[in-house]
Design a protein around this ligand. Structure first.
Ligand code: CA2
Length: 148
């Protein structure tokens, strides 16, 4: 069975509690439940993790090698700063989709730079919580295309 890692970075544990005009009202727990159900409906499994620590996110990406087939990563603000996360994705070799709730290209200039994008399969940005479901579908399609 295909196994996906849904990895969320800093401050995303606060979802649904503050700034709903930007990030919506869905909590992280609701998003994680939705990811588990969406993966299951498609015959796959999803494991979810959130951390506010850059090092823990890096460890999770390293550990994903051999354990998970794909990663859906919302790296939060580390997206725009972390060469270390970029290197972790490259070294793990696990196909990764970059995900954002908001459209990072329609916001401040500093959010337009992503260190994740060059090493990701692709980017989903601006669709809110349903974007996670889109990312799961996109990842499963991508993994299937690799085996064709
Ligand atoms: O749009 C996204 O998903 C972001 O990755 C969210 C990050 C932001 O730094 C990125 O530029 C885009 C911020 C996550 C903060 O989440 C909060 C949630 C509720 C209340 C406050 C912050």
């Amino acid at each position: 069975m295909i196994s996906l890692l849904i990895l969320n970075g800093p401050n995303l544990n606060l979802l649904g509690q503050r700034q709903p005009e930007i990030y919506g009202r869905t909590t992280l727990a609701e998003i994680e439940d939705m990811c588990v159900s969406a993966a299951k409906e498609r015959g796959a499994s999803a494991t979810c993790m959130q951390s506010n620590q850059e090092g823990e996110l890096i460890e999770a990406i390293h550990a994903a090698r051999g354990l998970h087939d794909g990663i859906i990563l919302n790296a939060g603000a580390y997206t725009h700063t972390s060469i270390a996360l970029m290197d972790a994705i490259t070294s793990s070799g696990v196909p990764t989709i970059e995900l954002h709730l908001s459209n990072i290209h329609a916001r401040e200039d500093f959010r337009k730079k992503s260190y994740i994008a060059p090493v990701a399969v692709g980017q989903i940005s601006g669709f809110g919580a349903p974007g996670y479901r889109l990312a799961i579908t996109a990842m499963l399609d991508h993994l299937a295309s690799l085996n064709r």
